[in-house]
Write a protein that binds this ligand. Structure first.
Ligand code: NAD
Length: 375
């Protein structure tokens, strides 16, 4: 068995997804992994196990999180993720105040504090201060978990990663890995980047894509489709502001269009977050309808309802993204990681089918997995 150093990560946005990831780091202990491992795509990625990941820095802007130890901030309101691991030891890492920029949508102020973001009154850091905190903490990778529509803030943290010399994982639909300029700058700095917009473990996107690919492979013409999503967490509340949704809709729609045999006209495909239902909390419900034609142009229809806990569903993928990013760092691989971005994200720079992307990820892990090293 390989024994390796840890993976030191920093997090921007200590919301539900970050909470699920951190709970998972503590849930998948080596002892539990000796039993049947449920819920991981890979128990080991090149010798790295979930418990090798350590959070060394975190940024948020919410009064209930800033200044709090990460182990407690992940359970602070308005987070509503299911607690599947409550035994999170004090980390010694305090959540730092982040740069707000466009992270906080005005409409969020109209909701009760337990449902929405509450801005901390701490002084906001400059870029130099965030870079300094990343360097001081020894972070190797920065994960972006900001709200949808945080265009300026996402770019700000990506710039900080570039300057601090850390890898970047862009979980949100702001186009950074798929922006040729940013991609080139990460490559030039020899820093890996995975993005954009994390694709959940068994979520609406991968199910819709796999079915779309199935239609193509089985010779069924896909005429029209929709994917309606409802949820009750702050991600869904934030997305009530339609102006923040442009890149989210592009990312989710392109993920489906990319695997269709022929592109559907825009008005024949509707994919996106559809409504905020408070009592659903972190439960996301997705309704998919696909209308097509089989042999002899005969019509067919498919209806599907998927119900998942949104944030653990993303963490099941993030836990592999982090470890692939670390493998790239270990091997001096910079720029966009094509296979991991295609398999783990909705809007990679280049789209592949999920079968192809899966093979690329497996090949990446195999190619860059170091031989057994006893540290
Ligand atoms: N759940 C999924 O499966 C999934 C899938 C794809 C993408 N995503 C995306 O991941 C992101 C995170 O999702 P979530 O459910 O954790 O959201 P969340 O609302 O629970 O968390 C966002 C966090 O960011 C903080 N924040 C806001 N502005 C900030 C700033 N400028 N600097 C630092 N922190 C700031 C908020 O206070 C909050 O703690 C969202 O953009 C979401 O769309 C999630």
């Amino acid at each position: 068995m390989k024994t390796k150093g840890g993976i030191r990560i920093a997090i921007a946005g200590v919301g539900n997804c970050a909470s699920a990831l951190i709970q998972g780091i503590h849930y998948y202990t080596p002892a539990r992994c000796r039993e049947e491992v449920v819920g991981l795509m890979h128990e080991s990625v090149g010798g790295y196990r979930p418990s090798d990941i350590q959070v060394v820095a975190a940024f948020d802007i919410d009064a209930r999180k800033v200044g709090t130890d990460v182990s407690r901030a992940i359970f602070a309101l308005p987070n509503c993720v299911k607690t599947f691991e409550q035994d999170i030891p004090e980390s010694g890492v305090t959540v730092s105040m982040g740069a707000v920029l466009d992270g906080l949508s005005e409409h969020m102020a109209s909701y009760e504090p337990h449902r929405t973001f509450v801005l901390a009154d701490a002084a906001q850091p400059t870029k130099a201060e965030v870079v300094e905190e990343l360097r001081r903490s020894g972070a190797q990778i920065l994960l972006n978990y900001l709200p949808v529509g945080s265009e300026q803030a996402a770019r700000f943290y990506a710039e900080c990663a570039l300057e601090a010399g850390v890898g970047f994982i862009n979980n949100i639909p702001v186009f950074i890995a798929s922006d040729p300029d940013f991609a080139a700058r990460f490559a030039a700095r020899g820093l890996p980047i995975i993005g954009d917009d994390i694709k959940s473990q068994l979520g609406a996107t991968i199910v819709h894509r796999v079915l779309t690919d199935l239609f193509a492979k089985r010779g069924v013409k896909l005429l029209r489709t929709y994917q309606l999503n409802t949820g009750g967490n702050t991600d869904f509340l934030n997305m009530k502001n339609q102006e923040r949704l442009v890149s989210k809709k592009t990312s989710k729609t392109e993920a489906v269009q990319a695997v269709a045999k022929t592109r559907m006209e825009n008005e024949h495909i509707h994919v996106g977050p559809s409504d905020y239902v408070p009592w659903q909390n972190d439960n996301k419900v997705c309704f998919v309808r696909m209308e097509g034609q089989i042999f002899g142009n005969v019509p067919m229809e498919l209806e599907l309802r998927l119900s998942v806990q949104d944030s653990p569903n993303s963490a099941g993928v993030a836990i592999d993204m982090v470890r692939c990013c670390k493998l790239a760092l270990d091997h001096g691989i910079g720029g966009v990681l094509a296979g991991p971005s295609a398999y783990f994200c909705k809007h990679p720079p280049v789209q592949y089918t999920d079968d192809e992307a899966h093979e690329m990820v497996e090949a990446f892990i195999e190619a860059y997995a170091p031989e057994a090293v006893i540290a």
